[in-house]
Design a protein around this ligand. Structure first.
Ligand SMILES: N[C@@H](CCC(=O)N[C@@H](CS)C(=O)NCC(=O)O)C(=O)O
Length: 199
């Protein structure tokens, strides 16, 4: 399989972390691209032109982080990171969904700030920052009481928090989510996290 990523994409990192957690690094060839330079090979796989994008062993392309996570969790060997059913499944997906929302808000603010000054929307930036402000305590309330398996929700939330550290250090999110900060500190030494740093 082939996976298109970019070095600072929190979306792509979630896929990389899942691959590491499943100890399947040798099953996926990772290709770094700059999606903003419109690489034809990326657009052929994912017409949106965004990373991550996956080419399966059958040769077809798959877009969208959640779909790629779903697919790789199913086809790669090793225990599933997404619990198959019951309350554990919904707890994991609930956390993953808020984690995706946190990535969207954090990336959205960065994207807006990169537009030429005259075209930036302060209201759009504020809206993204306000969402981050709500999402951190919401995720703080969902930190498992005991450290359970590092599941699908954990993968996405960890990448969202790492991206906050990379791009939004001034927000000092740990003050809004102390339990989340403790959890993040505890999982920071996992090989899947240290082996996939933003480059
Ligand atoms: N909804 C997509 C978002 C992916 C995304 O926005 N990736 C960014 C990099 S962090 C990208 O490729 N941007 C290029 C563009 O928007 O053209 C997903 O979940 O995979």
């Amino acid at each position: 399989m082939r996976l298109f990523v970019s070095p600072t994409s929190p979306y792509a990192r979630a896929v990389l972390v899942l691959i590491h957690e499943k100890q399947a690094v040798d099953r996926v060839e990772v290709t770094g691209v700059d999606p903003w330079s419109d690489p034809a090979e990326l657009q052929a796989v994912n017409p949106t032109g965004k990373v991550p994008a996956l080419v399966t062993d059958q040769g077809w392309g798959l877009a969208e982080t959640w779909a790629i996570l779903d697919y790789l969790d199913a086809v790669l060997p090793g225990s599933p990171l997404t619990p198959p059913d019951g309350p554990a499944r919904w707890a994991s997906l609930r956390r993953a969904a808020l984690g995706h929302g946190l990535i969207d808000a954090a990336y959205g603010a960065v994207f807006e700030r990169r537009r030429p000054a005259a075209h930036q929307s302060p209201a759009a930036i504020d809206r993204h920052l306000a969402a981050i402000d709500r999402l951190v305590p919401a995720l703080d309330a969902l930190v498992p009481a005991a450290d359970t398996a590092f599941d699908r929700g954990a993968v996405v939330v960890a990448c969202a928090l790492a991206y906050l550290d990379l791009r939004h250090g001034a927000l000092e999110w740990r003050g809004r989510g102390p339990a989340l900060a403790d959890w993040f500190a505890r999982i920071a030494a996992r090989p899947s996290i240290t082996g996939t740093t933003f480059g």
